[in-house]
Design a protein around this ligand. Structure first.
Ligand code: ADP
Ligand code: ZN
Ligand code: ZN
Length: 743
C-alpha cells in the first residue's frame, strides 16, 4: 500500500489549510511523521523547496500516478516548528478536531497586519545645500517638497508618520527625495512590547528552608537530565511564586527558556511586576487584550531569543521557544485551562506532552490541586511536592461557618448574617479592609429552598436537576425528568426558586447597612472596560475603599495585606451545578477566598455563610484541610466511576433537522456498542441540556471507561465510520474528553 504525506509549504501563512500531497518513498517511510521537514519538488520546474509534513495518510487526494514524491528529509531539521506541528497532531489525536483547527491553535499565524516598522526621515544635505534646494522648490512651486525640507531644516530627523499625517506629504514625495539623496529613511523593526514601560526593582529575597527544599529537588533532577512533572501543593501564601522564579532563574542560567501559565484573570499588574522585577526585559506577556499583531510580535521575540520567559493564559503554552526547559502552570486546578472551543484540549496534559517533546520539566502549582492532578501525584505519575506552611509562619485565618437556615429561623432575612455584620463593624472601626465574595458559579439552572436549603436532585445520579422551560426539571447525566414543584418537598415552604441576588444588589444592601463605608464592586459589569479591572484592584490596594465586593474574580492572585476579613456570602451556590466537579469547585473557591484574609501581619478571619454546614466541602474548607477533602472526594469518584478514576468522553451531535441528529446519535450508539469494548459504559443518546441553540438540535452520548486510551481508540473508530458519509454535510460531531461542564 502506498502512503502519502500532506505537506504545508509556508507555515507562517494564514491559510494553514493549503496543503500539497506527496508520495512517501518506501525508504523514507520510517522517518516521515507530522512536523518533519522535507524537501519536495515544487511547481512546473520541480524546484526543490522545504515543507512541513502535516499528516500521513493512505488515501490519495487525486490520481496517484500524478502525485510527486518527497525528495528527502531535511537534515538536522528538528526545530521548534517540528515540535509544534507534532504537538498539533497529538492534540488532534487526543481531543478530536481537524488538523487545521489543531494547527491554528499551535502555530502563531502571521496576520495581514505587518510588524510595525519604526521609520525616521533624516536630512542628508548640509544646511547650506539644503537651503539652496529649498529655494529651488519654492521657485518651482513644489509646495509639498518645500514644506518637508523646511521642516527637516528645523528638526533634522522626523518620524515618517508625522510627515505623512501632519505635514500631508505623500510617500511618493519622500521616495523621490530619498532617490535624490536629499534625505534618508531609517528603518528599524519595532516589536510592540506590552510591558516595555515597567520599571525593574532590585531583587533581594532569601527562600526559606521549605522553599529551598522544593527548588533543590527539581533543580537536582534537571541537572541530572531527568524531566518530570511535579505537583507543587502549597497553601495560599506559602511562597509558590518565589519558587517558580528561582526555578526559572536556573533554567535561564542553563541557556533555556520558560513558559508560565497563569489564568487570565490572575494575570494582573501585581503578578507581572513580580516577574518583571526579577527578570526585567527577558519577560513578555500574552493576554487576550493584546492585538493579534502584538501577540505575533511576542511569539517572534520568543523565537528570536530576545526573551526567555513568557507569561500568559492557555495560549502562551505554544510560545515557540527553541530550547524550552520549563513549563509552570500556576493555579493548575483552574477550569480555564481547558479549551472550550475546538480542539478542546487541556493545557495541563498538552503542556506535559510539549515538555516531553522538548525535554523540559513541568511544575503544576496550587493551594487546592485538582483532584485529577493530586490523584496522579498519589499514584506516581507526577512527583508530589508539598509546602504546608505560610511564609514567616503567618497563621492561617480563623474560619467561622454560619448556617443560613438558622439565620432565617431567628428572623434575619438579610443576606448578611449577624456574625458577618458584627465583624464588618469591627473592621471598619479598626480601619482594616474587608472582602465580600459572592459565589455565583452554577447560578444557571438549579433551584433550592430558601427556608431549608433543600436542592432538588436526580434520584439516580448525585447531581442537581436543572430547570428547563420554567417548569420541568431535567438530569443532565441520565435524562431523568420531573415537573418542578411549587413548594419545597422537604419543608413545604413556598420560597423555592433559583438564588438570584447579584453583586449589585449586595452592594446596595451593604451601603445601606454601613453608610460610613467606602465600597468597591468588581464583577463582569464593572470590568468590561479595558483597564477597569486593574483600576479597581489598585484603588482597593491603595486603601481608597473599605469593602470590596465581587465574584470569583476577586479571589485570584492578589495580595492585600490590610484585608483581615473575608465574607463568603453563599458558599453552596457552586455545589449543585450538574457536574461531578461541583464539590471540588466549591472547596477550591472557599479555600482560595479564605486565603485572601490575613496576608499581612494581622491574623485574618473568614465567615462562610451556607445552607449546608455539614457538607464535607464546607467543613474541610473551614479547616483549610485539603487532604481531608481529597480523601472524601476521591472515594466518591471511585464509587461513581468519575474522573480521574475513570474517564469520560462526550460526543455532541448537532444538526438543523432534529431527526437527522437523532438518527445519527442512534447509529453511533450502535457502532459503539458493536465495538464491544470491555468495561465501556454508554449513557444516552439523549438531548443535551440546551437541546437547541439557534435552531440547531443537540444530542449527546456520554462514554465512560477507566482507560483514557480506550476512549481515544473509540473516537478513531467513530471518525472512520463517519468518513465519506454523505449526511455528514448536514451534521456536525465533536468530542470533548473529560468535559469540564456538563452539557
Ligand atoms: P503563593 O504564590 O504561594 O500564594 P507568594 O509567592 O505570593 O505565595 O508569597 C506570599 C508572600 O510572601 C509574598 O508577598 C511574597 O513576596 C512573600 N514571600 C515569599 N517567599 C518569601 C521568603 N522566602 N521570604 C520573605 N517573603 C517571602
Ligand atoms: Zn424547604
Ligand atoms: Zn440522573
Amino acid at each position: 500500500m502506498a502512503y502519502f504525506a500532506n505537506i504545508i509549504i509556508d507555515i507562517s501563512h494564514e491559510k494553514l489549510d493549503r496543503t500539497f500531497q506527496y508520495k512517501i518513498p518506501e525508504e523514507l517511510f520510517a522517518q516521515i511523521y507530522p512536523g518533519v521537514q522535507v524537501n519536495v519538488p515544487f511547481g512546473k520546474g520541480n524546484r526543490l523547496i522545504r515543507g512541513f509534513v502535516i499528516e500521513v495518510t493512505g488515501q490519495a487526494e487525486f490520481d496517484e500516478d500524478k502525485i510527486k514524491e518527497i525528495d528527502s528529509v531535511t537534515a538536522g531539521s528538528v526545530t521548534v516548528e517540528t515540535q509544534l506541528i507534532a504537538l498539533a497532531a497529538w492534540i488532534r489525536q487526543n481531543y478530536g478536531a481537524t488538523m487545521n483547527q489543531a494547527l491554528k491553535t499551535v502555530i502563531p499565524v502571521k496576520q495581514e497586519t505587518k510588524t510595525k516598522e519604526k521609520r525616521q526621515v533624516k536630512l542628508l544635505l548640509e544646511e547650506d545645500a539644503a537651503k539652496e534646494q529649498l529655494a529651488i522648490y519654492q521657485k518651482k512651486h513644489n509646495t509639498a517638497r518645500a514644506r518637508l525640507l523646511e521642516e527637516l531644516l528645523l528638526h533634522k530627523e522626523i518620524s515618517y508618520e508625522v510627515i505623512t499625517r501632519k505635514l500631508n506629504v505623500t510617500a511618493a514625495v519622500i521616495r523621490a527625495l530619498e532617490e535624490q539623496n536629499i534625505l534618508e529613511v531609517l528603518r528599524e523593526t519595532a516589536y510592540r512590547n506590552p510591558i516595555g514601560h515597567l520599571e525593574s526593582k532590585t531583587y533581594d529575597l532569601q527562600l526559606n528552608s521549605m522553599q529551598r527544599a522544593v527548588v533543590n529537588r527539581v533543580i537536582t533532577d534537571m541537572r541530572e537530565g531527568k524531566n518530570a512533572t511535579y505537583l507543587l501543593h502549597g497553601v495560599t501564601g506559602s511562597g509558590k511564586t518565589e519558587v517558580y522564579m528561582e526555578l526559572i532563574a536556573e533554567v535561564i542560567e542553563s541557556g533555556r527558556q520558560a513558559i508560565v501559565l497563569i489564568p487570565e484573570i490572575a494575570l494582573t499588574y501585581q503578578t507581572v511586576m513580580r516577574f518583571y522585577g526579577r527578570f526585567e526585559d527577558k519577560v513578555s506577556i500574552m493576554n487576550s487584550r493584546l492585538s493579534s499583531g502584538e501577540r505575533y510580535d511576542q511569539f517572534l521575540r520568543a523565537k528570536n531569543g530576545e526573551i526567555s520567559i513568557m507569561i500568559g493564559p492557555r495560549s502562551a503554552l505554544f510560545t515557540p521557544f527553541q530550547k524550552l526547559g520549563l513549563i509552570i502552570i500556576d493555579e493548575e486546578h483552574e477550569g480555564s485551562y481547558k479549551s472550550e472551543t475546538l480542539p478542546k484540549y487541556h493545557a495541563r496534559e498538552t503542556a506535559i506532552q510539549r515538555a516531553k517533546m522538548a525535554g523540559a520539566s513541568v511544575v503544576l502549582g496550587s493551594a487546592t490541586p485538582s483532584i485529577d492532578s493530586y490523584y496522579k501525584a498519589k499514584t506516581g505519575e507526577y512527583e508530589l511536592l508539598e509546602m504546608q506552611k505560610r511564609v514567616s509562619e503567618r497563621p492561617l485565618p480563623d474560619c467561622h461557618v454560619v448556617d443560613l437556615r438558622e439565620e432565617l429561623k431567628q428572623g434575619n432575612l438579610s443576606i448578611l448574617s449577624r456574625k458577618l455584620q458584627d465583624l464588618i463593624e469591627n473592621r471598619l472601626a479598626k480601619k482594616q479592609q474587608i472582602m465580600l465574595f459572592l459565589n455565583r458559579r452554577g447560578l444557571s439552572g438549579f433551584i433550592s429552598c430558601r427556608a431549608c436549603g433543600h436542592v432538588i436532585k436526580c434520584p439516580h445520579c448525585d447531581v442537581s436537576l436543572s430547570l428547563h422551560n420554567r417548569n420541568r426539571l431535567v438530569c443532565h447525566y441520565c435524562g431523568y425528568e420531573e415537573v418542578a414543584p411549587s413548594v419545597c418537598p422537604e419543608c413545604g415552604s413556598k420560597y423555592i426558586s433559583g438564588f438570584k441576588a447579584g453583586t449589585q444588589k449586595i452592594e446596595e444592601i451593604v451601603k445601606q447597612r454601613f453608610p460610613q463605608a467606602k465600597v468597591l464592586r468588581m464583577d463582569f459589569d464593572t470590568t468590561r472596560n479595558k483597564d477597569s479591572y486593574e483600576r479597581i484592584l489598585s484603588s482597593f490596594s491603595n486603601q481608597e475603599a473599605d469593602i470590596l465586593i465581587g465574584t470569583q474574580m476577586i479571589v485570584k492572585g492578589h495580595d492585600f495585606p490590610n484585608v483581615t476579613l473575608v465574607g463568603i456570602l453563599a458558599a453552596d451556590l457552586s455545589m449543585y451545578v450538574n457536574d461531578y466537579r461541583a464539590a471540588e469547585r466549591t472547596f477550591q473557591l472557599l479555600t482560595q477566598a479564605a486565603g485572601r484574609a490575613g496576608r499581612g501581619s494581622t491574623k485574618g478571619e473568614v465567615v462562610i455563610q451556607t445552607y449546608n454546614p455539614e457538607h464535607y466541602s464546607i467543613k474541610t474548607a473551614q479547616n483549610q484541610d485539603y487532604h481531608a477533602f481529597y480523601a472524601e472526594e476521591i472515594q466518591l469518584r471511585q464509587l461513581l466511576s468519575y474522573p480521574p478514576v475513570s474517564h469520560m468522553a462526550l460526543l455532541l451531535i448537532t444538526a438543523k433537522e432534529e431527526s437527522l441528529a437523532e438518527q445519527m446519535a442512534v447509529r453511533l450508539a450502535n457502532v459503539i456498542t458493536k465495538a464491544s469494548i470491555k468495561g465501556l459504559r454508554i449513557i444516552g443518546p439523549a438531548s443535551a441540556t440546551i437541546a437547541k441553540v439557534n435552531d440547531i438540535y443537540r444530542k449527546v452520548i456520554y462514554l465512560k471507561h477507566s482507560d483514557y486510551q480506550s476512549l481515544v481508540n473509540l473516537k478513531d473508530r467513530i471518525e472512520l465510520f463517519l468518513k465519506d458519509k454523505a449526511e455528514m454535510k448536514k451534521i456536525n460531531i465533536t468530542f470533548d474528553f473529560d468535559p469540564m461542564n456538563g452539557l
